[in-house]
Design a protein around this ligand. Structure first.
Ligand SMILES: *Cc1c(COP(=O)(O)O)cnc(C)c1O
Length: 388
């Protein structure tokens, strides 16, 4: 098998035009107005939580995604935490999510004092399966007529939210998930941290649920250094979000008054300046990444290896490309060979339910997630040779 692995490495080195040296999984590219806008922040002294770039970045992102309002946050993890608070998640309730996700999703649920319930993902989308969701809600919960909430039959705790995630940028079947949750009156917080620029049925991911969350961490398709964002269709909810991110301060020319427990979750102006410059390049980034994915797809088809393509009805941002090896042993051999040879590859995350911190969490049948965990490997996916 090492002969094929060698060919894969040669191909990756070829498309990244790097015959030698280390090839990362995802490196940021700064080829636009980044320095100009950052200098402007410093020259104006507006480097912190107030400034024109914060407003501009929010406006441009709302326009780009089709959200009514966008609210910046200090990072994506905090944004999910705040989103859960906004939709009413309280301690001792349960939040449905997928086990195949980055720890941030589950951690944010834990911050609220709620417990995650892990349900399976679809093989094709890698995201929460509407079938698993419907099965769970139909068979494992009941309506509590007093509170009008769905109660978990086993734990008697209310189900307070559902958090699907668009894995590696590939949209999950979000319209079906939202439809099911509506029927069972469960709010949806969409973890779209990885899917900026991805569309499901021509609508931007993160705009289907009650709240959508984006991340601008250094490894995402667009970076603000560190940062996150909440997307809303409901303007009032967005206003409340902004209030909560700014210590719940009641506007007044000089007095300090705070009307609820708030947070310091604001994104500084310098980060927003970086984000605005990055957003201007997003269409070029997306095209570039799509070309890389197409090149990979053709190559892996020839080699008889499974490449993860965008699911039906969707346009993926192809944030992180992935292939499926035959089994865990082959996956481990491939990981070792590529990383030993300077080409960074990574397995899928350890499933959340396997982590000791979530070992007592409730789980559905997780066959698809388990199979993906054993076989999936992410391969280098940075933007290639972008022209200034
Ligand atoms: C990156 C990411 C987040 C948020 O991460 P931050 O680093 O806090 O911005 C949340 N969920 C998923 C699935 C992610 O990949």
């Amino acid at each position: 098998m090492n002969a094929v692995y060698k060919e894969i490495i040669d191909f990756i080195r070829h498309i990244y035009n790097m015959p030698e040296g280390f090839i990362p999984l995802h490196a940021p590219v700064f080829a636009g107005n980044e320095k100009k806008y950052l200098n402007d922040c410093i020259d104006s002294t507006f480097v912190s939580s107030v400034g024109k770039y914060v407003d501009l970045f929010e406006e441009k992102m709302a326009a780009y995604t089709g959200a009514t309002k966008a609210v910046v946050c200090v990072n994506g993890t905090n944004a999910i935490h705040l989103a859960l608070k906004l939709v009413g998640v309280e301690a001792d309730s349960e939040v449905i999510t997928q086990p195949l996700t980055f720890i941030a999703t589950a951690n944010a649920i834990a911050y609220t004092g709620a417990q995650p319930v892990f349900l399976d993902v679809d093989k094709e989308t890698l995201g929460l399966s509407p079938d698993a969701l419907l099965y769970f809600l139909e068979n494992k919960t009941r309506l509590d007529s007093k509170t009008n909430k769905r109660l978990n039959l086993k734990t008697k705790k209310p189900i307070s939210a559902c958090v699907p995630m668009h894995t590696f940028g590939h949209p999950c079947r979000i319209d079906e998930i939202v439809e099911i949750c509506k029927k069972y009156t469960i709010p949806v917080v969409e973890d779209a941290a990885e899917s900026l620029g991805s569309y499901y049925k021509e609508r931007h991911t993160g705009t289907f649920g009650t709240v959508g969350v984006l991340s601008f961490n250094g490894n995402k398709i667009l970076t603000t250094g560190g940062g996150g964002m909440l997307l809303f269709m409901d303007e009032e909810l967005a206003k409340h979000a902004k209030h909560l991110t700014t210590q719940a301060k009641v506007p007044h020319p000089w007095e300090f008054s705070h009307d609820e427990i708030g947070y310091n979750y604001r994104m500084p102006n310098i980060n927003a300046a970086l984000g605005l410059a990055q957003l201007e390049q997003l269409p070029a980034f997306l095209e570039n990444k799509r070309n890389t994915a197409l090149a990979y797809k053709g190559f892996f088809m020839d080699k008889g290896l499974e490449f993860i393509s965008e699911p039906a009805n969707s346009k993926s941002n192809y944030w992180l490309n992935a292939i499926l090896l035959k089994n865990r042993d082959e996956r481990d051999n491939f990981l070792k060979f590529t990383n030993d040879n300077g080409v960074m590859t990574r397995p899928a995350w350890t499933l959340m339910n396997r982590l000791p911190i979530f070992k007592s969490a409730l789980c559905g049948d997780l066959s698809n997630a388990v199979s993906l965990e054993e076989r999936l490997v992410n391969i280098p996916s940075s933007i290639r040779n972008i022209q200034v």
